[in-house]
Design a protein around this ligand. Structure first.
Ligand code: SAH
Ligand code: SF4
Ligand code: F3S
Length: 484
């Protein structure tokens, strides 16, 4: 899953943020209780907040974009690295001040940090009234009621079935053009460094019909791009037969099973003007079938986020990634063979994992040289309590060494991003306009097929339109040009 992390590097979305109109729901707020939601972590959490907003609207709450105006504040939290949790703890200090001025204010902790710490959070952070894990969001109105009556309220039950398939999300801070759709939840991989399997539970896929319905509805409302989200989208699996047995229903539909390539195709067929993206692909699971499907449909974007984590086979084994360096390189070759050199590829990299030697770190750098990624999300290893790595291996690389290795990875990526952006100069790129450039009212911005932010003079164009932009210059983060 692509992160919206504490340390975001070279992610065009952050360099060129677009205008975020207040949600129309705010207008409905008169006389209603107001909810303010703040999201941390990955896109999955941002998508979940939109489900929470929908659940709360049914319970009579309106959303607001101001914490100061709210009767109820939710922090949808991330636990992926220690600094992600520290950030939330600092925010809670601020909310303690707010609550002193407004004692009836309720504060809820949702998401992965809530799931990880459970009732311990209530002991450690007195300002918190409600704790709800990622599978407990239907229960939140009840938890709020309990909290209103003066009790602390907790639900951190993890489900094997919950996908919130029937809940139509309320798009928060939306640009009205691009949206996330969760296609699955949880993760069954046990990467040794990772807390996600513990905070989000077992992997389960969402009913494809509800996914297509959601995408179609977005398209009908003027959205032009959907990103299908899952921790490992390539292991998406849906079996109609199973579902019908579960429902004990009669149906004349064929009993077939659907994989990610099939789902991708169903969504791509909604309309040629609806762009389809997805994240995250796992190197062990991505299939040629998915790559061929991408090649067949112009509206499936030519961009794959394929986190390597390390370029060394021994470290990958300790990480329990279940692929090695040659396997990963083969996947890159398949992408280049089927989709060409034009396909954008990005990665996640971790520096200083347990016992990583200097030579092994060099192999991460040489893998990057081999692939030449368009972007990378890069992190220093942060030990997470309860994970396999925390139990089995010493976190033995000193912080300064982790940082230095991380800086080398970042420097390498800066070079490659610049090089990968430069190749677009002189090319005409199809751009979906997302809004006004953050830096200037006179410029618009949007992404090309490979997920790169492109900035160009406004002219008569509007968000939601596709335009052809001749790229004339670039930085390591953004392309610039003019509509032709
Ligand atoms: N499902 C995705 C990753 C989700 S977490 C995948 O398999 O690729 C996003 C990224 O955070 C990971 O890819 C990893 O690079 C990073 N990450 C996860 N746990 C970490 C830890 N303990 N320390 C540092 N980085 C971590
Ligand atoms: Fe974490 Fe690995 Fe699952 Fe990604 S695939 S969420 S890194 S356990
Ligand atoms: Fe996402 Fe952070 Fe949870 S990365 S899955 S919000 S631990």
């Amino acid at each position: 899953m692509t992160l919206i992390p504490e340390l975001t590097i070279l992610q065009p979305a952050d360099k060129e943020q677009i205008d975020l109109p207040h949600t129309s729901e705010e207008e409905l707020a008169v006389g209603k209780k107001r909810l303010y939601i703040e999201s941390y972590g990955c896109q999955m959490n941002f998508a979940d907040s939109e489900i929470v907003a929908a659940v709360m609207r049914n319970a009579g709450f309106a959303t607001t974009s101001s914490a100061e105006d709210a009767d109820l504040i939710f922090l949808n939290t991330c636990a992926i690295r220690d600094n992600a949790e520290q950030k939330v703890r600092n925010r809670l200090k601020h909310l303690t001040g707010l609550k002193r001025q407004k004692p009836e204010l309720l504060v809820g902790m949702l998401g992965c940090m809530a799931e990880r710490l459970k009732t311990k959070l209530l002991e450690e952070e007195k300002v918190v009234d409600i704790v709800a894990g990622p599978d407990a969001y239907r229960d939140i109105p009840k938890l709020v009621e309990e909290a209103e009556s003066g009790q602390k309220a907790v639900n951190v039950f993890l489900s094997r079935e919950e996908t919130y398939a029937d809940i139509s999300p309320i798009r928060l801070n939306s640009n009205g053009v691009t949206a996330f759709i969760s296609i699955m939840r949880g993760c069954d991989n046990m990467c040794s460094f990772c807390v996600v399997p513990f905070t989000r539970g077992r992997e389960r896929s969402r009913d494809p019909h509800s996914i297509v319905r959601e995408a179609q509805d977005l398209f009908d409302r003027g959205y032009r791009e959907v990103t299908l989200l899952g921790q490992n989208v390539d292991s998406y699996k849906w079996n109609d037969e199973l579902r019908m047995m579960n429902d004990a229903q009669q149906s004349d539909q064929t009993n077939s099973s659907l994989d990610f390539a099939g789902l991708l195709e169903m969504v791509a067929q909604i309309h040629p003007d609806l762009r389809v993206r997805f994240s995250t692909s796992h190197p062990k699971d991505i299939t040629d079938d998915v790559l061929h499907t991408m090649a067949r449909y112009d509206n499936i974007c030519n961009y794959i986020h394929l986190p390597a984590q390390s370029g060394n086979s021994r470290v990958l084994k300790l990480m329990n990634r279940t692929y090695d360096r040659p396997w990963y390189m083969d996947k890159i070759r398949s992408i280049r063979r089927i989709l060409g050199n034009d396909c954008g590829i990005s990665t996640d990299m971790i520096s200083g994992f347990c016992t990583e030697t200097e030579e092994e770190h060099q192999e991460s750098l040489s893998l990057m040289d081999f692939v030449r990624y368009d972007y990378a999300y890069m992190f220093a290893y942060s030990e997470r309590p309860g994970t396999l790595a925390a139990k089995k291996y010493a976190d033995d690389i000193p912080e300064d060494v982790k940082k230095r290795r991380l800086n080398e990875i970042i420097a390498k990526q800066l070079e490659h991003s610049a090089e990968r952006n430069q190749r677009h100069i002189g090319q005409v790129q199809r751009v979906l306009i997302e809004g006004t450039s953050k830096r200037s009212e006179d410029f618009l911005c949007g992404r090309n097929d490979q997920n790169k932010m492109v900035v160009f003079p406004k002219g008569e164009y509007q968000k939601g339109q596709y335009v052809n932009v001749l790229v004339t210059e670039c930085t390591s983060a953004t392309l610039r040009g003019e509509v032709i």
